[in-house]
Design a protein around this ligand. Structure first.
Ligand SMILES: *Cc1c(COP(=O)(O)O)cnc(C)c1O
Length: 356
């Protein structure tokens, strides 16, 4: 027991569960639990990090003008609208804390990104989860119906983690028509590079057209910088000022800033890798469909298996085959698209489990 008085409401908060790491073993093991990019960093990105590693005795430049300018140019937005964070999960936190406190409500689809309810509760605000449809997609009419006078923020995760489903541009436009303008609508596009749906919304375009849209992007997934921690939000300039106020001072390292710039410069090369992962996703989904599986169509770098009550048993079979999945007991599990060998191992395990 410690005599320190903690906030009593924290006792009800589940800790964030990271993707399970492989246990020590002499068999090959594949970590398909954290939606990480299986490719090693590009040489140009490593060079950028190495070039700045001699400066780590100094604090990073808080304003990060070079990285902000590179992102603003890439997205065609004003630098005043770009906010950096230590991963886009920090932007999610900044947005919640800049808008919401005790008594305020934040709406999100469920199941979606685990950090939403956690960071909403950590800010003292009230999480309002709205169940996904039977197709594991956002139920936008139900989300609109959940709006009250206390609503401050609504998260749309597109594609949705962990189900990979997407919303259509038309559905988002009708949804936005029902949302009062003082409520911030966050389009979390952590997996946007993997999304080949042609009927989907473009978050940055929505940001330009609506006064209450904030878009979040990350360098962790398609760009493979999960270990360096850098992401960004695009927000109306006065909101961006508020988000920066909520940022952890010096949270984005110099190495992360310059790795992000190098990644934007190498975007064409990175896109080739993304396309390989999309092809691997399609091949994996097709192989499963041929075997009789019916799964939600994923537009991200992972697939969702709604095993329901059999989820933990299925995760165990996968683990016996060296495949570490992200299991949500009673609901389903998520498998990241990894190396070709990893997908072969996953398919062997899934054959053993049997199509459903
Ligand atoms: C991975 C992920 C993020 C952010 O990851 P960071 O590493 O913090 O940038 C944000 N949203 C969703 C839905 C994610 O899956």
């Amino acid at each position: 027991m410690s005599p320190i008085r903690l906030r009593p409401d924290l006792a009800n908060l589940p800790p964030y569960k990271p993707g399970k790491a492989p246990a020590a073993s002499d068999r090959p093991q594949y970590k398909l639990s954290a939606n990480e990019n299986p490719f090693p960093p590009l040489p140009a990105v490593i060079d950028a990090v190495v070039a700045h590693v001699g400066g780590i005795n100094s604090y990073p430049n808080l304003a990060a003008p070079e990285a902000v300018a590179a992102i603003a140019a890439r997205q065609g937005v004003d630098a005043a609208s770009v906010v950096l964070g230590a991963g886009s999960v920090e932007l999610v936190s900044q947005i919640i804390r800049a808008t919401s406190g005790p008594g305020d409500e934040v709406i999100f689809a469920w199941r979606s990104f685990e950090a939403y309810p956690l960071l909403i509760s950590a800010a003292g605000a009230t999480p309002v989860p709205v169940p996904l449809t039977a197709e594991a997609a956002h139920d936008l009419p139900a989300m609109a119906a959940a709006i009250t006078e206390h609503t401050r923020v609504i998260f749309l995760c597109n594609p949705n983690n962990p189900t990979g489903t997407t919303v259509t541009a038309a559905d988002v436009e009708s949804f936005l028509a029902a949302v009062p303008e003082h409520i911030a609508v966050i389009i979390d596009e952590a997996y946007v590079h993997f999304n080949t749906a042609t009927d989907g919304p473009d978050g940055v375009d929505l940001f330009r057209r609506y006064p209450n849209i904030i878009v979040t992007h990350t360098f962790s997934k398609a760009y493979g910088l999960a270990g360096l921690r850098i992401g960004y939000a695009i927000a109306p300039a006065p909101v961006a000022v508020a988000l920066r106020t909520m940022a952890l001072p010096f949270g984005v390292s110099t190495l992360a800033q310059f790795a992000a710039i190098a990644s934007l410069e190498a975007e064409a090369e990175l896109q080739e890798r993304v396309e390989q992962l999309i092809a691997a996703r399609t091949a994996f989904a097709d192989a499963l469909a041929q075997r009789g599986w019916t799964l939600p169509t994923s537009q991200a770098n992972f697939l969702w298996f709604p095993f329901g009550a059999d989820t933990l048993a299925a995760a165990e079979v996968l683990e016996r085959h060296g495949v570490i999945s992200r299991a949500f007991a009673g609901e389903g599990l998520r498998l990241t698209i990894g190396s070709p060998e990893a997908m072969v191992a996953a398919l062997v395990a899934l054959d053993e489990i049997g199509a459903r």
